[in-house]
Structure formats: C-alpha cells, structure tokens
Design a protein around this ligand. Structure first.
Ligand code: FAD
Ligand code: FES
Ligand code: MG
Length: 279
C-alpha cells in the first residue's frame, strides 16, 4: 500500500497527491512515470512523477480528473492509500547539456514539464517556460516554474498573460531569441502544433506521448505509436520521442479506441470532466 501524505486541489478537477513510495522516490528521473492502481480490481493508469523527495521517501502526482479512474484517484484523501504504484517506468528525459531550452506545458502536461525544467535548470541550462490553459483558474504550477526562469502564460480567453495558444507563443520566442531545444507536453494537438513551429527551424523538440498504457512493461502492445515510420512502445521506448517524427494522427485515433467503454464507466460513476477536455 502507498499512503497519501498530502493532498492539494491545484485547479478545478486537478489534484496534487504526495504519496509515500520510497523506492520510487530514490530512483526516479525526469520524464519517468508510474502505473497506479487505486484498489484491487481497479484500472491501471499511467501518471508522471511530477516531483520526488528522496529523504522523505515521497513522490508527487498531479492528476486531472477526466474519467472514472482519475476521478476515483482525485477523490482520495490524506490517510487513504493507493493499492499499487509501479515504477519508475519509461526512459528518462534526454536533457540538453547547455544553452537555452523552452519548456512548453499545456494543461496537466505542465506537471510533466516541471521535473524536466528543474533538471535542466540544475545543470545550468537557461529555461523559458510557456504555460497554457483555457483560463486563469486552470493554470498549473506557474509559481514553481517561475523559480527556474522566465514564464510566459497563455490563456484561451485572455484572462491572464497572452490570449491564444502556447504554440503561437513558442513561435514568437523562437523568432526573437536562440532556442536550442524544446520540450513540449500536453494534448496531442498542442504537441503537434509545437513540432510544426520548430521543424522548419530545425530546433530539436521532445514530446511526451500519452498513449493508452496497460502493463507499462512492453508486454501488451497497448501503447504502440509510430515514430519515424517505426512502431515503438511508448512505455519502454518512450514516453518521450522526437516530436518531428511522431505520427500524431495515429496517436489521436488510438486514444479514442475505448471511448464507449470509458463513457459507460463514467456514467456509472457519476459526473466528472468529459474525456479529452479541460474544464
Ligand atoms: P477514461 O475515461 O478511462 O479515459 C479518458 C481518456 O484518457 C481516454 O479516452 C484515453 O485517451 C485516455 N486513457 C484512458 N485509459 C488510459 C490508460 N490506461 N493510459 C493512458 N491513457 C488512457 N494524466 C494526469 O492527469 N497526470 C499525469 O501526470 C499523467 N501522466 C501520464 C503519463 C503517461 C506516460 C501517460 C501515457 C498518460 C499520462 N496521463 C496523465 C494520462 C492519464 O493516464 C489518463 O488521463 C488516465 O489513464 C485516464 O483514465 P480514466 O479512467 O480517468 O479516464
Ligand atoms: Fe503495454 Fe506499453 S503499456 S506495451
Ligand atoms: Mg479508464
């Protein structure tokens, strides 16, 4: 069992959980994730390790409620425990050695970008973060990213920062200054748009693919994606890949495979955010 030590509501339907998991906390690296199962018989779902404290033996998960399993996890509280937390899984981020990196986070993807930005900053790389959300109340982890460097905020409704999408702001940044690498994590359309900005500029761009995962060990094939014309398993070959080589159409299509079953599970449970949307 993995006890929950702290719970914080970061935004509507987005919860941060600090979970006791000492072996994972000691080993994890930026870019890695866990597969969590709330209780016996529950679904296994992948979640990025947003932070870890090896001395306290804890890891931090940032969870957006989009369906039954994430809603169940968001409902747990301090004193409760998660039945299984397997990890750390996946390949660690390939970090830029020196220079200037743009870290772009859309929605809960910002929780994936934060440990990457921290690791880059720790090795002396200049970090500019671009964070996007629909509206101010949905912005995540902006203060934590500000500790690492400049943060440019984008909101769809213009309630804070620039009105518009993060990929447009990335284009402005790349136009005005030297950017040596981009790390972009968020919805599929957002990662595709960021890759479209940097491809003609030949700026190396890493994206983290949120494909459907079951075992997380390369055995089931559920997470397969196509990168540079090759079939790859996001759980063991990724989740991070060269954003210029990803087949985003196939990724988006495969993410909808189980929509009917997911909706049924959600309907049985009660209301939460419809899959693929940000409230
Ligand atoms: P459902 O209603 O079952 O599904 C909603 C949608 O989520 C589906 O349409 C599908 O697109 C996707 N999904 C469903 N099941 C899975 C699954 N087993 N694996 C992946 N996607 C699925 N979310 C966060 O909130 N925080 C994170 O830090 C985070 N990190 C992730 C890291 C990785 C490597 C991956 C692959 C995904 C990550 N996700 C993260 C997404 C999260 O796993 C899904 O939102 C979650 O599994 C949805 O489960 P559900 O039952 O609540 O929703
Ligand atoms: Fe089963 Fe990747 S989740 S092969
Ligand atoms: Mg589910």
């Amino acid at each position: 069992m993995y006890p929950v030590r702290r719970r914080e509501q970061l935004a509507p339907r987005v919860v941060e959980l600090v979970v006791q998991a000492p072996r994972i906390a000691a080993k994890r690296k930026p870019g890695q994730f866990v597969i969590a199962r709330l209780a016996d018989g529950a679904e296994r779902i992948p979640l990025t390790i947003a932070d870890a404290d090896s001395s306290a033996g804890t890891i931090t998960l940032v969870i957006q409620s989009v369906g039954k399993s994430t809603a169940d996890l968001c409902d747990i509280d301090v004193g409760d425990a998660i039945r299984d937390v397997a990890g750390p899984l996946g390949r660690p981020t390939d970090l830029l050695a020196a220079g200037h990196a743009a870290c772009v986070g859309g929605g809960v993807g910002t929780a994936v970008v934060l440990p990457i930005a921290r690791a880059l900053s720790a090795r002396g790389v200049t970090v500019t973060s671009i964070v996007g959300a629909r509206t101010t109340s949905q912005l995540l982890l902006v203060d934590q990213l500000r500790e690492l460097g400049e943060v440019q905020v984008c909101t769809d409704d213009g309630s804070e920062g620039h009105r518009g999408v993060v990929s447009d702001q990335l284009a402005v940044l790349c136009d005005s200054t030297q950017v040596d690498a981009v790390y972009a994590v968020g919805p599929v359309a957002m990662m595709r748009a960021c890759a479209d900005v940097t491809r003609p500029l030949r700026i190396p761009t890493t994206v983290s693919l949120n494909s459907i995962m079951v075992d997380g060990t390369g055995m089931c094939g559920g997470c397969r994606v196509r990168v540079d014309g090759q079939t790859r398993y996001a759980c063991v070959d990724g989740p991070e890949f060269d954003g210029h080589q990803v087949d985003y159409d196939l990724l988006a299509d495969r993410l909808t495979t189980y929509r009917t079953f997911e909706q049924e599970a959600l309907d049985r449970r009660g209301a939460c955010t419809p899959a693929g949307t940000t409230p």
